[in-house]
Design a protein around this ligand. Structure first.
Ligand SMILES: O=P(O)(O)OC[C@H]1O[C@@H](O)[C@H](O)[C@@H](O)[C@@H]1O
Length: 212
């Protein structure tokens, strides 16, 4: 197989939690007067929390205020999603087989480490990963390629030998700009939302039919 590493986006790709992020942001931003619809929130749900806040309210909040709001949003998200926290179908088997086959694995997410810790520890899957790259480890998040390039560097694998798993068009774009192929999980977005992106090797709703 051409791939020596699997790089997983987390939210929407390993777990089906994007509706919970969208709901938490929708509530918080509208309390601040954003007047934003759920449909628009779905499109805006990418990148670091402070990048998202800056897009919606340019120049309105200090870095400290944005950090505080980010923590509040993640606490709300974790409380509401915790009862539903489980891996997408087939992913547990993929992680175990990849580990056995010597394929290196990393998580490359726009989430803060607080959320990555929540997922990998509650699901007891930390042992599978050689690197965890969160919002805290990069200067700019997706669609910038930095998240996936840092993952590849930490694993010591060339970009062309990495396969990225993503669920959002901005994440797939980040993989393309990093020079990596991408398998798309259609948990939140439809196939048509990815028109014009050329690094996609397959679409799948979960991992049950994924093999190598
Ligand atoms: O890069 P990932 O794992 O899909 O995470 C993206 C999401 O991570 C969440 O923590 C952010 O609050 C969202 O705004 C963002 O869209």
């Amino acid at each position: 197989m051409k791939y020596k590493a699997f790089l997983f986006d987390m939210n929407g790709t390993m777990i089906d939690d994007m509706p919970y992020h969208i709901q938490a942001w929708h509530r918080i931003l509208n309390e601040l007067g954003a007047g934003i619809s759920i449909e628009r929130m779905k499109e805006e749900c990418y990148g670091k929390n402070d990048e998202l806040l800056e897009r919606i309210f340019p120049g309105r909040f200090s870095p400290e205020e944005k950090k505080k709001m980010s923590w509040e949003k993640e606490k709300q998200y974790q409380d509401s999603f915790r009862p539903h926290l489980r891996l997408l179908d087939g992913l547990a088997e993929v992680l175990a087989k990849a580990k056995k086959d010597g394929i290196k694995m990393a998580i490359g997410s726009a989430a803060i480490m607080f959320n990555i810790d929540f997922v990998v520890d509650e699901l007891q899957i930390r042992k599978y990963f050689d690197a965890l790259i969160s919002a805290d480890e990069v200067r700019i998040s997706k669609p910038d390629p930095e998240t996936f390039l840092v993952c590849a560097e930490k694993l010591g694998v060339a970009p062309e030998n990495c396969l990225v798993f993503e669920d959002s068009p901005k994440g797939v774009e980040a993989a393309a700009r990093a020079g990596m192929d991408c398998a798309v999980i259609t948990s939140l977005h439809e196939k048509e939302d990815f028109d014009g992106i050329s690094n996609i090797v397959r679409f799948m709703k979960d991992y049950t039919a994924f093999s190598w």
